[in-house]
Design a protein around this ligand. Structure first.
Ligand SMILES: C[S@@+](CC[C@H](N)C(=O)[O-])C[C@H]1O[C@@H](n2cnc3c(N)ncnc32)[C@H](O)[C@@H]1O
Length: 206
């Protein structure tokens, strides 16, 4: 891991992902989580204030980056009103039992996971029958001109944004990963169009 990824990126991600319009997006899905929750790519813990505390038994915060875990520890985790248990593995290797999670929370992370198919397979494995995956992700834009810019900028973007892809087709990935999408919304949120077309909703095992 480079100096930039270890020491600079956690602060940049925490700042960008903490912007008001993104916080407003979190508020649309995170309060739906309940029971034993797995948050995939917990980052700096920006979702913590958005959980509905009354519905949460505990949260496993899966986050492979030590820099992100430290950033979370220094900020949002200190104020967590429920138990958070760290898992320092990538989502391609979730160290939890089959059928052990009521809700998987996936916000602004599917864009970055290298082997997204394996990761979604793992999320499906740990999710209890009847459990939900709540998601909010940026991804492929509906307008061709924006999509073309997403493709052009993607290689450079990946280098500065920790492996993030601008143009992942989120609904298709979820479905190919074995999930049935129960509710979904999508829209541009304020910001540069290449990075601000978002998909949010709830899915369950297909
Ligand atoms: C843009 S940040 C989003 C963080 C957080 N989910 C949020 O909503 O603020 C993407 C996160 O995915 C994490 N990540 C990268 N590769 C991953 C993987 N293979 N499995 C799980 N998380 C991963 C990164 O370390 C980073 O914390």
């Amino acid at each position: 891991m480079s100096f930039y990824e270890r020491y600079c990126l956690p602060h940049i991600i925490n700042f960008v992902c903490g912007l008001k319009d993104i916080q407003d997006q979190r508020e649309k899905v995170v309060p739906l989580a309940k029971g034993r929750v797995l948050e995939v790519g917990m980052g700096s813990g920006l979702n913590i204030p958005h959980y509905n505390v009354e519905k949460i038994e505990l949260v496993w915060g899966l986050e492979p980056s030590e820099g992100m875990r430290k950033k979370a520890q220094a900020n949002n985790l200190k104020r967590a009103p429920f138990e958070v248990r760290w898992l320092d593995s990538p989502s391609e290797e979730i160290p939890l039992e089959d059928n052990s999670v009521d809700t998987v929370v996936l916000t602004y992370t599917l864009c970055t996971i290298p082997d997204w198919q394996l990761a979604l397979q793992q999320m499906r494995r740990v999710l209890k029958p009847g459990g939900s995956l709540v998601f909010c992700e940026h991804g492929e834009a509906p307008d061709e001109s924006v999509r073309r810019w997403q493709e052009r900028i993607n290689p450079l973007w990946g280098k500065i944004a920790g492996g993030c892809h601008l143009n992942r087709p989120i609904p298709r990935y979820l479905e190919e990963g074995g999930f049935k999408i129960n509710t979904i919304d999508s829209a541009y949120i304020p910001g540069p169009k290449i990075a601000s077309f978002e998909y949010w909703g709830v899915a369950s095992q297909a």
